[in-house]
Ligand binder design. Structure first.
Ligand code: FDA
Length: 310
């Protein structure tokens, strides 16, 4: 409950234009704790740096609330540029995209522009043996994202495209089950958006309990599972669960965000688990940065101190 109130307060303040202007002007130095850089070379060097510790990368070109169809297509072109650059650098590309950024819900001569651009991105990723994860956004987009995921798995197979389920949503257990016929690659997260009580659990204990259920059921269904959390208690429980149920280490991985619990990421990699860090980069870092602050008061203190130092 307190977590929800805190998140609501931060995300509401973050939406105010003067706050955004102030943070954009003075906060880049601080944002770099969570964002690898503003361009492709910085993102790729973050991947190479993490690889030294046995941690793989999941690249995310930042960009939300992209309005015009032309900008959405330009954004997709930039993701394709990233795939090309990663391939040229000898990195098998693994990227995440938000379908809203590439035009989801916008009509393009009878086809959804987001689906059309996602096809272009996945075609390129597949050519390089890579992978595209469709991030999950706020709940009005859940249905369309899952529908489009189904279409894309049908076209490209489940080895090159995956998506995300959020344990704070009441619906996610049913959604997970409904995808089983695809043998999907699923990332399980708690959820980062401000959602109404009508659709999402408000108590952290319910969100955490649902998180475990989603992970365990997805593993037992034989689907590849991305356990995306920094929650050490859950990570320890998952380690015990996989041991007890004979789940192979190559059928799941732990995922965390760039700049968060690097110690734990390294430790898990050293223990022989697959670990992947979600590496955001790009100029449009404000919304991503706000969500990270909204996740824990510790980050708000970190930012407030940094802004005061100026
Ligand atoms: P929880 O919030 O319970 O935190 C557990 C512990 O982790 C805390 O006690 C704290 O120590 C640490 N921690 C968590 N967040 C931190 C932070 N920002 N800074 C410092 N410490 C922190 N969400 C979504 O809605 N759609 C998506 O597609 C994705 N994708 C995604 C990919 C990956 C790889 C990750 C790790 C997360 C996402 N998320 C996401 C975000 C997710 O929904 C959630 O908001 C964060 O992961 C924080 O929740 P935790 O599971 O870490 O647990």
């Amino acid at each position: 409950m307190i977590d929800q109130l805190y998140r609501k307060a931060i995300l509401t303040v973050a939406e105010r234009k003067p706050v955004e202007n102030l943070v954009r002007a003075r906060g880049w130095g601080l944002a770099q704790r969570f964002v690898a850089g503003e361009d492709i070379p910085s993102a790729l060097s973050a991947v190479q740096e993490l690889a030294k510790d046995g941690i793989q990368g999941n690249l995310d070109l930042l960009g939300e609330f992209i309005e015009s169809p032309a900008d959405c297509t330009r954004f997709a072109d930039n993701v394709i540029r990233l795939l090309d650059a990663a391939h040229e650098a000898g990195i098998t590309p693994y990227v995440s995209i938000k379908l809203s950024s590439v035009g989801q819900g916008k009509d393009d001569a009878g086809t959804d522009l987001g689906l059309k651009n996602a096809r272009r991105i996945i075609t390129k990723a597949k050519e390089y043996g890579g992978f595209v994860c469709l991030d999950m956004e706020d709940h009005p987009r859940t249905d369309i994202t899952l529908e489009q995921f189904r279409v894309l798995v049908g076209e490209f197979g489940n080895k090159h495209v995956g998506t995300v389920l959020q344990s704070y949503l009441f619906r996610s257990l049913k959604d997970r089950e409904s995808l089983d016929d695809l043998k999907p690659n699923l990332r399980i997260v708690k959820g980062a958006y401000l959602e109404p009580e009508t659709v999402a659990f408000k108590d952290k204990s319910d969100v955490d309990a649902n998180y475990r259920r989603l992970v365990y059921q997805n593993m037992q269904a034989g689907n590849y599972t991305n356990v995306a959390t920094h929650d050490e208690t859950i990570i320890d429980d998952v380690k015990r669960f996989v041991l007890a149920h004979g789940i192979e280490r190559d059928s799941f991985e732990f995922q965390m965000l760039y700049g968060i619990r690097r110690d734990l990421q390294k430790e898990l990699a050293q223990e022989g688990y697959r670990v992947r860090a979600y590496i955001p980069y790009g100029r449009d870092w404000y919304a991503y940065f706000s969500r990270r602050i909204a996740e824990t008061p510790r980050n708000a203190v970190f930012v407030a101190r940094g802004m005061l130092k100026g």
